[in-house]
Design a protein around this ligand. Structure first.
Ligand code: SF4
Length: 365
């Protein structure tokens, strides 16, 4: 997707004079720093940030891009904390990764606490037969990625979870899937694993008590969820179909399975973008993912009708924390030689997390 296409998304944006000036200043700062700095942005960022980015993508595309950056010292990441951590882990130690808003965490990633995960892991080892392969969604903290790296597992994204499940079942008997129970469940069901072989870990994870059916289960799901995608309901699909007969419904696999089952298709943000782009002029789509991206799709593809699955859509609060003002602040300090809001993963954590991330990149190409 070329940047011209993304820039069309802000044609109608009418910033105040002050913000207009901030955006112009950012362009100048970017130009002056372009020999040593690159700006990566996730699809869920605000339109003004997307229009300024050098690369826009989902978690997988941005991780792959970060891993290949050779000639830039500074990587400014317009996204959430785990994405900046992944960029730091995948790049040589002399690269500097900056997050314009240091408080921009991902609530889903924070739902897997390492002390709880290690406690469950010990209990599983002691009480459950068979080899368990830990797999974590890329939307997880570096310490969780390091945990799976140390224990023979890997990372997946919403775009490659199916392939990673295949790999994991070649290595062992069960998958412990962290931290998003919906992506884990949707992937398992899509692989033909019946619901009775999917086990939901619940209760006190520091003192876990397992039910009998954990012994036959193939996939063990951590109890985390994305607070944005969980808000979509199956009735939203029913209602949009009633209102717009013939509409194609596509949702992100972080939605619950009853929503995914009612939709026509599901997939990562890159897949959603691709499906909409490839559809015929005049197509009508209802999209169940973060609101900024859905609105932008309509601006990018004016020959199609793109609807929020549930009006007016749901924004990711922490993704929205990165504003032009905050980006301006980071770049302006950088232009004076001051590094602020650096994300640096501790060396031992980075080493094990790298093992897990690199394995994913090897498996998925
Ligand atoms: S949309 Fe959901 S998974 Fe993505 S950053 Fe926001 S809370 Fe995390």
């Amino acid at each position: 997707m070329c940047m011209e296409t993304f820039e069309k998304g802000v044609e109608n944006f009418k910033p105040s004079r002050t913000q207009d000036q901030i955006l112009a200043d950012i362009r100048t700062l970017k130009h002056n720093l372009s020999h040593e700095m690159i700006l990566l942005a996730h699809h869920y960022q605000q339109d003004e940030i997307i229009a300024l980015a050098d690369v826009v993508g989902d978690s997988l595309k941005l991780a792959q891009k970060a891993a290949k950056i050779r000639n830039k010292k500074y990587i400014v990441f317009a996204g959430v904390h785990f994405m900046a951590e992944s960029a730091d882990i995948l790049t040589p130690s002399d690269r500097v990764v900056l997050l314009p808003e240091p408080k921009a965490g991902c609530p889903l990633a924070e739902m897997a606490d390492i002390t709880e995960v290690e406690s469950v892991w010990r209990a599983l080892k002691n009480q459950v037969k068979g080899k368990i392969i830990p797999v974590t969604y890329i939307n997880s903290t570096a310490v969780i990625k390091a945990f799976v790296g140390r224990n023979g597992g890997t990372v997946c994204t919403s775009g490659n979870a199916g392939k990673i499940f295949d790999w994991a079942f070649e290595q062992g008997d069960k998958i412990l899937f962290l931290p998003d129970r919906y992506l884990g469940e949707n992937t398992a069901l899509a692989k033909g694993i019946p619901p009775e072989l999917i086990y939901h870990l619940k209760g006190d994870m520091l003192n876990p008590v397992f039910q009998e059916d954990i012994h036959t289960a193939k996939v063990l799901l951590w109890d985390g969820y994305c607070s944005v995608h969980r808000r979509f309901r199956p009735e939203d699909v029913t209602n949009i179909r009633k209102k717009h007969p013939g509409v194609r419904v596509i949702v992100h696999p972080e939605c619950s399975h009853d929503v995914v089952a009612k939709a026509d298709d599901s997939g990562s943000t890159e897949k959603i973008l691709h499906q909409v782009e490839q559809s015929k002029a005049g197509s009508v789509w209802a999209v169940g993912t973060e609101a900024h991206m859905v609105n932008r799709l309509q601006e990018m593809f004016p020959d199609k009708t793109i609807l929020q699955l549930k009006n007016p859509g749901y924004q990711c609060v922490t993704m929205s924390m990165t504003t032009p003002e905050k980006l301006h602040h980071v770049l302006s300090e950088l232009s004076k030689g001051h590094v602020i809001h650096q994300v640096k993963v501790k060396q031992d954590i980075a080493r094990d997390a790298y093992t897990a991330l690199n394995k994913m990149l090897d498996i998925t190409g």
